[in-house]
Design a protein around this ligand. Structure first.
Ligand code: MRU
Length: 342
């Protein structure tokens, strides 16, 4: 397969490597990814993460395995295993549906290769379109707040919400970005802080619990987040903590925007209550662990509850910024996401 490089995926000499997002920003460490088990391990440990990137890494690995001579039955099994690796982000299932169709073709090896590369290229284009569409909604001098990580690390391109921030920054419209640290796994504190620094976007890191007082004191002009799944009624699943931000933004009359490619839309999912929410290990909230070290602060065996995502109801969202344009609450109420199925 032809070589390709994104911020966090590398394909050279038909070998897939991923940038370990658990090691960042302390270390920039590329990990080989030669088998389904290896990739599933990376996905579950969030070494590969972000809705679009999970789907793209799985598609590229499948194409490589097809080139290495796996049978159609083995590839079908690989496809099933990969699609079960994380339940919430629908991009994975959407991308794998496309790979499944390629697998059903007579010349499936070359078709899968072409399809995986096309998905990467498409994602780059989708990110650019989201960035262009979203930047139009950013006012000059904006102080924006973002949650989790939605940039080049999580996609093949400039990202979704971070792509909008970058484009608006290039247009000279960003005064500052508030970066939520994003407990429990600190995608904001570790990854978004690092990415914004690399991009030269002015930012300040905050603990998640600080957003309310920033809003109350008039220091946030809009909130921009990504999405892991958009249901047919416009409800959005995204990183845990997103819903609290939406409630806060609503109370303080601050616009709350969701930026995502159409591959994040799931027309088969009627509403947020039907979105499967991944539950994760207790250790992620009884302490903290990463390339910076680890410690436990909660009592040993403390009972925990650790959902990785929450659902923001459509009623709290000011705009769904997609590659196709910005969808308004009126269009959502009118059933635009349901009609996409037709
Ligand atoms: O658990 P993660 O880090 O994969 O969660 C990621 C998010 O919630 C992102 O906001 C979402 O996937 C969009 S990434 C462009």
């Amino acid at each position: 397969m032809q070589a390709l490089n994104t911020t966090s995926l590398s394909l050279q000499d038909s070998r897939l490597q991923i940038l370990d997002q658990q090691a960042l920003p302390q270390e920039k460490c590329w990990l080989p990814c030669d088998s389904v088990d290896e990739l599933v391990g990376h996905i579950r440990a969030l070494r590969v993460r972000g809705a679009p990137l999970i789907g793209l890494s799985a598609s590229l690995l499948l194409a490589l395995l097809a080139e290495r001579g796996l049978s159609q039955a083995e590839l079908e099994q690989a496809l099933q295993t990969l699609s079960a690796s994380r339940p919430t982000a629908v991009n994975l299932m959407n991308n794998l549906d496309r790979m499944k169709q390629a697998l059903a073709q007579p010349d499936w090896v070359s078709t899968m290769t072409e399809e995986a590369l096309r998905l990467v290229e498409e994602d780059r284009t989708l990110c650019d379109r989201i960035a262009d569409n979203g930047a139009e909604w950013v006012k000059p001098g904006s102080r924006l707040l973002t949650h989790c990580n939605t940039g080049g690390l999580a996609t093949a391109g400039v990202g979704t919400a971070i792509g909008v921030l970058l484009r608006a920054h290039q247009q000279g419209k960003i005064a500052q970005v508030w970066v939520d640290e994003t407990r429990p796994l600190l995608q904001g504190g570790r990854l978004t802080a690092w990415e914004l620094g690399e991009l030269g976007i002015p930012y300040r890191l905050i603990c998640d619990s600080m957003a309310a007082s920033l809003m109350a004191t008039g220091q946030v002009d809009a909130v921009w987040v990504g999405a892991d799944r958009i249901a047919a009624n416009g409800d959005v699943a995204n990183k845990i903590g997103t819903y609290s931000l939406a409630v806060l933004a609503h109370y303080h009359r601050i616009p709350f925007y969701v930026a995502a490619p159409h591959t994040t839309h799931d027309p088969h999912c009627p509403n947020g209550a039907a979105i499967p929410i991944e539950q994760r290990a207790a250790e992620e909230i009884t302490g903290v662990s990463g390339s910076f070290g680890s410690c436990q602060w909660a009592p040993l065996n403390a009972p925990t509850y650790n959902p990785a995502f929450d659902v923001t109801p459509a009623a709290l969202i000011s705009g769904w910024v997609l590659d196709s344009g910005v969808i308004t609450p009126e269009q959502v109420a009118d059933g635009i996401f349901q009609r996409a199925l037709a």
